[in-house]
Design a protein around this ligand. Structure first.
Ligand code: NDP
Ligand code: 8X3
Length: 249
């Protein structure tokens, strides 16, 4: 029985991946800061599979380590790590950028991903097996106006994904990235700090990707035969050609 740890499981892509994995019988370790949502998911998914929940902020290195060390013995063998927790904070020209937003994006999207990976990788090396999926973004492939630091954080994820694959080569661990384009989640609510009207506009006039679309792809990636590693995958809505070119009705 495979065990998957998913960060950012309380919403969007992480939650959809949790639902997909549960429906396929994987054991789950679900992480996030919102305990009530994690509890709800545990109740919902426990009829299908075994679920552990961990409440921690990926920015807090000691919380990350203590949480992972608190796992019961039968959840310590993590086969799959989905490094998904992350968000954009703000969409401002760099000269008007908010330093707290910059800190949040670098601390969560980059350092948080590293802290969780650092805690999980040693066990995978010991067992000579494991699969790490880093959730990047089209924003990690190109920079768009006002995307500055968010794009930088996702370019860092792209570099870390490559670096992990290079350094872990020969250990038995597979490493790959899934890089979504515009996906309708709580992402824009967070980016625009609860301005739901502004957030809704982002996905109006075209068929955006849904979190379930990405979850299906993640499931496909982690269920390839062991000798197949999907190293880097970019997926956009059909209406999207690049970060700045989206065909709207
Ligand atoms: P959501 O806002 O719906 O989900 C974000 C998740 O990240 C939540 O579960 C949230 O949980 C978690 N999270 C955020 N900050 C922290 C933190 N400090 N510590 C722990 N967990 C945290 O957005 P998405 O599902 O869209 O985003 C998931 C990933 O996909 C992100 O890495 C994002 O950059 C990426 N992505 C999204 C795209 C999109 O268009 N939506 C496109 C490309 C990539 P909680 O608040 O409970 O802590
Ligand atoms: C999320 C996609 O284009 O909003 O990473 O940055 S975008």
């Amino acid at each position: 029985m495979l065990t998957a740890l998913i960060t950012g499981a309380t919403s969007g892509i992480g939650k959809a991946t949790a639902l997909k994995f549960a429906s396929e019988g994987m054991n789950l370790i679900l992480c996030g800061r919102r305990t009530n949502r994690l509890e709800q998911l545990r109740q919902q998914l426990s009829v299908e599979t075994e679920v552990q929940i961990l409440t921690f902020d990926v920015r807090n290195r000691s919380e990350v380590n203590e949480s992972l060390n608190s796992l019961p013995e039968d959840f310590r063998k993590i086969n799959i790590l989905i490094n998904n927790a992350g968000n954009a904070h703000g969409l401002d020209p760099i000269q008007q950028g908010n330093v707290e937003d910059w800190d949040a994006m670098i601390d969560i999207n980059v350092k948080g991903l590293l802290y969780v990976s650092k805690a999980v990788i040693p066990g995978m090396i010991e067992r000579k097996s494991g699969h790490i999926i880093n959730i990047g973004s089209t924003a990690g492939k190109e920079v768009y106006p006002n995307g500055n630091v968010y794009c930088a954080s996702k370019h860092a994820v792209d570099a870390i994904n490559q670096g992990m694959r290079i350094d872990l080569n020969g250990t038995g661990i597979r490493v790959g990235a899934v890089n979504p384009g515009l996906t309708q989640t709580e992402f824009s609510d967070v980016r625009f700090k609860g301005d739901t009207k502004k957030a809704e506009k982002v996905y109006q006039g075209f068929n955006a990707l849904q979190p379930e679309d990405i979850a299906d792809i993640i499931y496909f990636v982690v269920t390839r035969p062991y000798h197949v590693n999907i190293a880097d995958l970019v997926v956009m809505p059909t209406a999207q050609a690049s970060s700045t070119i989206v065909h709207k009705n």
